[in-house]
Design a binder for this molecule. Structure first.
Ligand SMILES: *[C@@H]1O[C@H](CO)[C@@H](O)[C@H](O)[C@H]1NC(C)=O
Ligand SMILES: *[C@@H]1O[C@H](CO)[C@@H](O)[C@H](O)[C@H]1NC(C)=O
Ligand SMILES: *[C@@H]1O[C@H](CO)[C@@H](O)[C@H](O)[C@H]1NC(C)=O
Length: 382
């Protein structure tokens, strides 16, 4: 009894920050303007597993040590988290949703936007319940006649829990490719026959979408990477990226298995994802749907091959004007040096800078204007 009281007191007097990372299915409402079906995606993939070579991460000091390693300017020489790699075949399950518009418009619903969320979130990044008319991307796309497939990446949201050492770039790129094939073959689209696919990513989801196009150039007709852009070799933001990433991943979060990092607190989330003027209710909502990020993703994403010389489709690259994680807080020049043309030499490329926004574009001021820009790109190009 004394122990219980002590524990209770410890909890009450020492509030530990926790974001709700174990959501239940009713927290994933379907958009009102869609005909939606939930899918359990079960796919076998062959991928290159990086084998963790350091002691296992046990506490927040271990997290701090990893972040120092990742942020080190000399990390290529000093930070070696893996002891080797092996090619393996694994079967994974993911939870996803397909929606076609309630109001159909001449075959537009046959174009499917395949949305992959970034680090710190799950598929709810695309379907905000907070001010949906402003922030809900799926609702916006459905209003404009397009179908959307959106899913929880490995280990997150309603997808089964797996180790944070296991969720890596390679298996996620392969899974995304399987989902796209499943959409094309009708496996994940109910009555809708998909004739065109547009991969839409945010941040880490953009890495994986770009990585999938680089490896499988015929996977999709369009690619929309958001919270993303291509720095040149001497861009100073290459150095700030890993440091600013630590705002989002300052704390061990064991609710999803081992080696997942969560936002340190709401202020870390604000630094990493927002920009003034701050809309506090929106930031609070964003935290309420947040998820951690796996160490396996943080340590493997940068090594993905992005160069897509064989891709002949259409590309839209969108960044927030003041994205700290991506551009060190200043993205205005990012497209000027033309690195995107080296990444996609055979594609038609458009770029967009969303005014006043930070990294979290879907929760930025005037997000619906940003969505209009994506819809306009798809309308004109596909
Ligand atoms: C894994 O497969 C790739 C492509 O087939 C190959 O290039 C690579 O060397 C393999 N890696 C290992 C560790 O066997
Ligand atoms: C690379 O980017 C930096 C910062 O955006 C810029 O100052 C520099 O001129 C660029 N270099 C080249 C070769 O384009
Ligand atoms: C949002 O758009 C409106 C209308 O164009 C503009 O007046 C306002 O300044 C924008 N908000 C931000 C934060 O950029």
């Amino acid at each position: 009894m004394a122990t219980l009281i002590f524990l209770l007191l410890a909890v009450l007097t020492n509030p530990v920050f926790t974001a709700p990372t174990h959501p239940s299915p009713h927290e994933y409402p379907h958009p009102a303007n869609g005909v939606c079906t939930d899918y359990t995606i079960k796919e076998e993939v062959t991928w290159t597993r990086n084998i963790w070579g350091l002691p296992k991460i046990q506490n927040n000091y271990d997290v701090a040590v990893q972040l120092m390693g990742m942020a080190n300017v000399n990390k290529e020489a000093t930070y070696h988290p893996f002891s080797g790699s092996e090619n393996v075949t694994s079967t994974y399950e993911l939870s996803g949703t397909f929606c076609s518009p309630t109001k159909k418009r001449i075959r537009k619903e046959e174009t499917v936007l395949l949305a992959t969320h970034g680090g710190g979130f799950d598929r709810r990044y695309w379907t905000s319940s907070h001010k949906p008319e402003e922030y809900n991307f799926v609702e916006h796309a459905l209003d404009n006649g397009y179908s959307v497939f959106y899913y929880d990446r490995l280990g997150l949201g309603l997808s089964p829990i797996i180790s944070g050492y296991e969720a890596q770039a390679s298996n996620q790129v392969e899974l995304l490719a399987k989902i796209a094939h499943g959409i094309r073959s009708g496996k994940y689209t109910g009555q809708t026959a998909a004739t065109k696919i547009v991969l839409v990513g945010h941040s880490l989801g953009s890495f994986f979408s770009n990585g999938a196009i680089a490896k499988y150039p015929d996977l999709a007709e369009g690619l929309v990477v958001t919270g993303f852009s291509y720095p040149n070799a001497t861009d100073p933001a290459r150095i700030t990226l890993p440091i600013s990433q630590s705002f989002q991943s300052a704390r061990l979060d064991s609710t999803r298995g081992d080696a997942y990092f969560g936002f340190g607190d709401i202020y870390g989330l604000t630094v990493g994802f927002f920009h003034e003027p701050l809309d506090i209710p929106t930031i609070e909502y964003t935290l309420s749907i947040s998820q951690p990020v796996a160490i396996g993703e943080l340590t493997t994403a940068e090594a993905i091959t992005l160069a897509s010389p064989k891709y002949k489709g259409k590309v839209l690259i969108a960044a927030g004007e003041y994205d700290l994680i991506l551009c060190g807080g200043y993205c205005a020049d990012r497209f000027k040096y033309g690195v995107q043309k080296d990444v996609f030499p055979g594609a038609k490329i458009e770029t967009y800078l969303h005014p006043s926004a930070g990294h979290g574009l879907n929760f930025a001021a005037n997000a619906s204007v940003f969505y209009d820009r994506i819809i306009d790109f798809v309308d004109r190009n596909l």
